[in-house]
Design a protein around this ligand. Sequence first.
Ligand SMILES: Cc1cc2nc3c(=O)[nH]c(=O)nc-3n(C[C@H](O)[C@H](O)[C@H](O)COP(=O)(O)O)c2cc1C
Length: 329
Amino acid sequence: MRVVDGELRAGQRIRMMGGGQVHEVMETGFFRLEQVRTDSLVAGEVGYVATGAKSVSAVQMGDTITSVEAPASDQSPDSIPFDWVLIYQMSYDNNLAWAGLPILEMLRTGLTSDRVAVAIFADLPDDGGMFRIILRSDGMEGFRIASDDSASTTTFRENLAWVGQTLPARRYALVFLDHGGRLDQILEMANRAPSAGNLQAYSILIIRHPQTKAALLQAALHQNALVQAPVVLVFIARPDVSAAKYSQRGASLYAIQDATIACAYAQLAAVELGLASVWIGAFEEETVSRILKVTGEDRPVALLPIGYPAESPEPTPRRSLADLAREAA
Ligand SMILES: Cc1cc2nc3c(=O)[nH]c(=O)nc-3n(C[C@H](O)[C@H](O)[C@H](O)COP(=O)(O)O)c2cc1C
C-alpha cells in the first residue's frame, strides 16, 4: 500500500472504502528486498551478481552470463530464441469451436517472424479437453493436458511456467480471450425456442470472420453493427423441413416462425447475459445466401449481431395495453 495523505500508525481505526469494513491497524512497516551476500551462486539459485560494469548498455535484457574460462556453447541471443511470446488464455467456457479456430488461423497465417511465438491455452468444446498449443513461424503443435478445469488458477500457473520453460523469450504478453462461453448460453436458449411440431425447421450460422462480416455489411445497407459486433448469428429458415409434415403452411409460415422465435430467444438470452443485439432484417437475401452458401429452399431470415452494449438507449414508445389487445366478441 502507498500512503497518499496523512499518517498511518498502530492502534488507528481504518475503513476499507471498497468493502466498507472497519479494522484496527496492528502494525505498519516497509518491505525491503535484502541483498544477502554469499560466496557463490549455484545452478538453480536465483540471486544477484555485482560486476565492474559501469554502464547499463553493457548488459542486454535477458543476457546470458557465461564463464570466460569455460564458456557455454549456447550464446545469447540464441539462448533466448524468441523476442516475444504471446500467451492466449481461452479460459473457462471459452472454446475453440466458436471463435478460436478463426483466431488460431489468423495467428497462424500472420506469424511470419521466427523471433515471435504464440502459446495458447484452450479448452476445446464438448469435453474435447484442454490443450496447450504452440504456434511458431515453422508450424504448430498441440499438447493435451490432464486438467479439465480451465478456470483453475493452479492450471493457469502451471501453463505459464510451462511456457517459460518451453518458449524462453525476452518478453511475454498475456491475452485473455473473452468469447465463446456466453455464445454457448445464447445458443442453448435459442435451442429452447418452440417450433412447429418440434421440427426445429431452422439452423443458425455463427459469423466471426471479419471478411464475412464485411461482406454481410455490403449486403445489408452498411449497417455497422455487423462489423462492430464480435459475432453475428444468422437465423436460417428451412422450409423443406417443415413442409415434410405441414406442406405449404409449414414451408411458407412455420419454418419462418421457427427461425424467428429462436432469434427472439437469442436476443432475450443476450440481454440476460449483459450483452446487446440488434435484429437486422433489411438485407439482400440472395446476396446473403450467396455469401454464406445457403442453398436450396433455405432462407436467411434475420441477422443478429451480438456484442457488448455501446449505449443504453431509452425504451422505445409502446401502445397502451388497451390499444394493444382487446377482448374478442
Ligand atoms: C423483423 C425486424 C426487422 C428489423 N430490421 C432491422 C434492421 O434491418 N436494422 C436495424 O437497425 N434494426 C432492425 N430491427 C430492429 C428494430 O429497429 C429495433 O428493434 C428498434 O428498436 C425498433 O423498436 P422496437 O424494437 O422497440 O419496436 C428489426 C426488428 C425486427 C423485429
